[in-house]
Design a protein around this ligand. Structure first.
Ligand code: MN
Ligand code: MN
Length: 463
């Protein structure tokens, strides 16, 4: 190629470079430190409640205080609201009026899992089990024969709440069994989605009977006795419990070069942590910076702790009231980065991706103009102006970013909280970390992309 053509090519064409060819040495060092903190965040929050509590603890360590209605707020004041223990809203008051809008980053802290059914405990074949009901889009075959824990709360009639953690540290762990290959001929012929029916996702709890041969319910009794000894709960108390079955495995580096992180719950705690840490590390912003960590995204953002809940509007309206500003004026001038993971190109499954429009591992935070399915249905489809705005914000802060779609057109689809922000009259764009084996009990992301998502969040708060 002639020098002239080379220069012209550089000028005219869009180079989509690997982040390692662009990242500075100082960013490389900061990336490792950031990812170590992120792994801790994952290990300390395997449920939305634990993640919310950990978020609040980190925020308080960094000077955030619980917001109280009517509180006067001046530039630099840091407040948060914990919504029913399961979602967190944080704000750093900006120098400018809320009438100028806010910079919001919204991520979610719930992840796909198995919830216990309201009447979970039974015995069969001289063993005891818990019945589960899956939460979010899981591939059921991935949840058998892996070590599991149970975490959550039991709410008692007297208002007391008991935190439950079963299977941590030296404690015994749990399992869902699968068929042996020797007898799996018929099962093996079934489509992947049907080979493990939902009603067979039953957690094995034990096999040692309590009492004598002529006693009844001896296997159930053994389990209930132990739960009662440890937590003082009765079988009926499980009716008002939220117990989540999650993998035992902690976050760990992946690959000989340790360039990736494997963990349960990257979707979407990888973006939640970026949004949170970005806020904790921000100077006093011009516009008020808001970090929204929502629950219930994986089941449609419904409910009091989901992104469709008025809890967010209430939090924002309270902030606006403190400055005598109308919420609608604040919203119409606000920007929201809906920070949620996207699918990373996987060469093992290349045919579900449009290779020219897919997020690649190590190419940085993946912008997504729309998600949805069947012709963008169910997506907010950000406008060109909003995409141009974020290109500038990211480029000015040397954020490695890429443009992406979730997968091939008509190959499937997905959703995020973006549409619920956009419906509030807030200009919104999706952006997040590309993930390999998304929604699996053990997902994989690249460290460079985690760090660039954090840098991107910081740039948005600062804008
Ligand atoms: Mn997500
Ligand atoms: Mn998801």
């Amino acid at each position: 190629m002639s020098e002239e053509m080379k220069a012209l090519r550089e000028q005219l064409l869009n180079a989509n470079q690997n982040g390692y060819d662009r990242i500075s040495d100082s960013d490389l060092a900061a990336m490792e430190e950031y990812c170590a903190a992120y792994k801790n965040y994952l290990n300390e929050g395997k449920t939305e409640r634990e993640c919310a509590a950990n978020t609040v603890a980190l925020a308080e360590k960094n000077g955030f205080v619980p917001y109280k209605r009517g509180m006067a707020l001046k530039a630099g004041d840091k407040v948060y609201t914990l919504n029913r223990g399961k979602s967190v809203m944080l704000a750093v008051t900006g120098k400018e009026s809320l009438a100028k809008g806010t910079n919001i980053i919204a991520a979610h802290i719930d992840s796909p899992r198995l919830d216990l059914k309201p009447n979970p405990l039974y015995e069969e074949g001289e063993m005891a089990y818990f019945k589960t009901h899956y939460y979010g889009g899981i591939r059921k075959y991935q949840w058998v024969t892996i070590p599991l824990q149970m975490r959550g709360v039991v709410a008692l009639k007297n208002g007391e709440k008991i935190r439950v953690v079963l299977g941590e540290g030296d404690e015994p762990q749990y399992i869902i069994t699968d068929l042996l290959p020797h007898l799996g001929a018929e099962q093996g012929k079934k489509p992947l989605n049907e080979a493990i029916p939902a009603e067979t996702l039953n957690v094995l709890l034990g096999s040692r009977p309590l009492g004598d041969e002529d006693d009844k319910d001896r296997f159930k009794m053994q389990i209930m006795k132990r739960l009662h000894d440890k937590y003082g709960i009765l079988e009926a108390d499980l009716i008002s419990a939220e117990l989540e079955v999650v993998p035992v495995a902690n976050a760990t580096d992946i690959g000989l070069d340790a360039s990736l992180i494997g963990a349960y719950g990257h979707d979407d705690r990888v973006c939640a942590f970026a949004a949170l840490q970005g806020l904790l590390d921000s100077d006093v912003p011009n516009k008020t910076a808001v970090c929204m960590l929502a629950d219930k995204e994986e089941i449609g953002s419904m409910g009091v702790t989901g992104m469709q809940s008025a809890a967010f509007d209430t939090f924002m309206e309270d902030l606006c009231d403190s400055q005598g500003i109308s919420l609608r004026e604040c919203f119409e001038n606000s920007f929201c980065l809906s920070s949620d993971v996207t699918a990373a190109f996987d060469p093992n499954f290349a045919d579900v991706f449009d290779k020219r429009n897919v997020a690649r591992v190590n190419h940085g935070i993946g912008l997504c103009k729309y998600t949805g399915a069947r012709g963008k249905s169910g997506s907010s489809d950000a406008d060109a102006e909003t995409v141009a705005y974020i290109r500038r914000v990211f480029d000015e802060s040397e954020v490695v970013w890429q443009m992406s779609e979730l997968g091939k057109t008509d190959a499937g689809g997905g959703g995020t909280v973006a549409q619920y922000m956009a419906n509030r009259n807030i200009a919104t764009l999706d952006a997040g970390v590309p993930v390999l084996s998304m929604h699996a009990p053990f997902e994989t992301v690249a460290k460079l992309d985690c760090y660039m998502t954090y840098k991107g969040c910081k740039a948005v708060y600062k804008a």
